[in-house]
Design a protein around this ligand. Structure first.
Ligand code: 5GP
Ligand code: ZN
Length: 111
């Protein structure tokens, strides 16, 4: 996907503020943070939405990477991992990503 902003980050055509990376996933700080800590974890491979995720190993890698990043960033009091799926779910960037939000008290449910 040549015009996908997150694919451009994987290829470093755009340089994100990376907090974790391995062969399968990249985690970087959100440009418009909604909490003191707001990191996005993405698969390096272009997958549009959660509905297109069919690789169980990658699904596990994404979730465990989110937990690892939360630990790395000191969110021992707690945090939230969220996936917005398609328009009604509030998804704006159509490259699958997990939001990690923390560093303040979060409320439930989200708007
Ligand atoms: P969504 O609404 O699709 O679940 O979330 C997309 C997220 O990507 C938003 O929180 C938005 O701030 C973030 N975002 C959009 N463009 C960029 C960018 O160029 N760089 C970074 N770091 N985050 C971005
Ligand atoms: Zn992409």
């Amino acid at each position: 996907m040549t015009d996908c902003i997150f694919c451009k980050m994987v290829k470093r055509e755009i340089n994100p503020d990376v907090v974790f990376e391995n062969d399968e996933v990249l985690a970087f700080r959100d440009i418009h943070p909604k909490a003191p800590v707001h990191v996005l974890v993405i698969p390096k491979r272009h997958i549009e939405t959660l509905d297109e995720l069919d690789d169980q190993t990658l699904a596990g890698e994404l979730l465990l990477s989110a937990r690892r990043v939360a630990g790395q960033l000191g969110l021992s009091k707690g945090y939230r991992v969220a996936i917005n799926c398609k328009s009604a779910g509030g998804q704006e960037v159509y490259h699958l990503h997990l939001h990690i939000l923390g560093g303040r008290q979060l409320t439930w449910p989200p708007g």
